[in-house]
Ligand binder design. Structure first.
Ligand SMILES: [Zn+2]
Length: 470
């Protein structure tokens, strides 16, 4: 007796799709069969011949809970994930009060959010300049043993409760994280460069949107990535460049991989599809992000980075702010508005539409960058990120032909803004399943109770194949 059959599912097999019926039992994939007549089952769902991917993963979210729940909380954030076809999110350690830099702080966070989640969730561990200065680096191993999937450091200040690292402090952090075998994700922007040029642009009276992107220039990311690569080479740490925004970044990662250095990278839908001149002229602070949206040439170079393997997967850096008090307050300007945008809800359809449907990437690449690679990189594969028998029955079912337009008011996330408002797409999430249960259905919305989502801890240490393809 099976719990569920997903009939008429078109699953990826390399770059081909094959039509099958998926059997689910005890929240796991139990098999694939051609003929379902005579099989005893409690429930049947019709996938209508739509593409059925292993559940997609957003390994970079800031759901702001507990502490900044006027921006987002775990219910609204994971509802957005479900609606966007994301079955597992991995939340960052910085945007909560307290921030997560020890096991007790992580347990405090889990306690506050566990009854809210709609999809499954894992956690990044934290390490800051303060942890280095105060002699708290023992927390790194303790968080790793608890099951965090990696560690995040900031080279530039972001949240006051999560102090940035100086260069030597980052070196100390790399050494501590290297011993755990887990990745260390860096926000790669050189602090002194950003600080100096932002002040200079302000002094010159620049108040236009694009000024933000020009002040926090490509060079600031380039030199930060170069330093990170040098530190990875020195310490053997597994460097991961989060939200890489520039084409030059992809080239640096490629060179480092070819030299055998332990480095990987992710980019976000906005760095692949938007350019700062148009987006920041049109949306101003609602397109303000750190690092900023870049130029058209970066869009193309990052797509090329995905194709050749220098960009390993996609994540969103979902970090929304309150519209009335933090983005659009009376007297606020491009320098004082908070940097960040929602993204978890639009990632999968944007990559389907602009990547796969436009012929930029193959089907196998699509599966890698939306699901498999992040799962492998963070040690949760094949439980997540695979269609193997025995894997969690997480699926993202996509109507590849459906044409639609992103509308900010319709988003599940708490903050109703996005620089993709009005963006036309081909390809939409029809259903999202987590552990054999539909959590989102295009016609019904969210279909499970708050707290359905479960915590996922790192299962093993796994490393991505870093081969560059020519
Ligand atoms: Zn982030």
């Amino acid at each position: 007796m099976y719990d569920l059959i997903i009939k008429n599912a078109r699953i990826p097999q390399g770059d081909e799709m094959i039509l099958t019926n998926i059997l689910v039992k005890d929240e796991k994939i139990a098999g694939f069969i051609d003929e379902i007549d005579g099989i005893e089952v409690k429930e049947v769902i019709d996938a209508k011949g739509f593409l059925t991917l292993p559940g997609c993963i957003d390994s970079h979210t800031h759901f702001m809970d507990p502490g900044f729940t006027h921006r987002e909380n775990f219910l609204t954030g994971t509802s957005g994930a479900a609606a966007g076809g994301v079955t597992t999110i991995i939340d960052m350690p910085c945007c909560s009060v307290p921030s997560v830099r020890s096991v007790s702080q992580l347990e405090n966070k889990i306690e506050k959010i566990r009854d809210k989640a709609i999809v499954d969730y894992g956690f990044w561990g934290g390490v800051t300049g303060e942890d280095v200065r105060e002699g708290w680096l023992h927390n790194v191993k303790e968080q790793a043993d608890y099951g965090v999937i990696g560690f995040k450091v900031y080279m530039t200040p972001s949240v006051p409760t999560y102090p940035r690292v100086t260069d030597p402090e980052m070196h100390e952090a790399f050494k501590a994280v290297a011993e755990t075998g887990l990745p260390i994700g860096i926000h790669a922007e050189n602090f002194a460069m950003c600080d100096y040029y932002v002040k200079k642009f302000q002094k010159d009276g620049r108040m236009d949107g694009p000024a933000w992107a020009e002040a926090r220039m490509e060079l600031a990311e380039k030199v930060a990535i170069q330093l990170g690569i040098s530190f990875a080479e020195d310490t053997g740490a597994r460097l991961h460049i989060v939200h890489m925004s520039t084409g030059i970044g992809a080239k640096l990662v490629k060179e480092a991989k070819m030299r055998g250095i332990n480095v990987t990278s992710e980019t976000c839908p906005h760095y692949l599809t938007l350019n700062y001149k148009e987006a920041m002229d049109k949306y101003g602070a609602f397109a303000k992000i750190a690092p900023p949206i870049r130029a058209k040439k970066d869009n193309e170079e990052l797509w090329n980075g995905i194709i050749d393997g220098s960009v390993d997967f996609i994540a969103t850096d979902h970090a929304p702010y309150n519209v009335e008090s933090e983005k659009d307050k009376e007297g606020m300007n491009i320098w004082t508005a908070f940097p960040g945008i929602p993204g978890v809800e639009t990632m999968v359809p944007i990559i389907i539409s602009e990547g796969y449907n436009k012929g930029r990437i193959t089907l196998s690449k699509l599966v890698e960058i939306l699901s498999t690679n992040a799962a492998k990189h963070y040690g949760i594969y094949p439980k997540k990120g695979s269609l193997n028998i025995g894997a969690d029955a997480d699926f993202t079912i996509i109507d590849l032909d459906k044409e639609w337009t992103i509308e900010k008011e319709k988003m599940y996330c708490l903050a109703k803004y996005t620089p993709f408002d009005g963006f036309k797409l081909k390809g939409k999430v029809d259903k999202t399943l987590v552990r054999g249960k539909v959590v989102f259905d295009e016609s019904q919305g969210i279909t499970v109770v708050e707290g359905y989502g479960k915590i996922i801890k790192r299962q093993s240490i796994q490393k991505l194949d870093r081969t560059i393809r020519f």
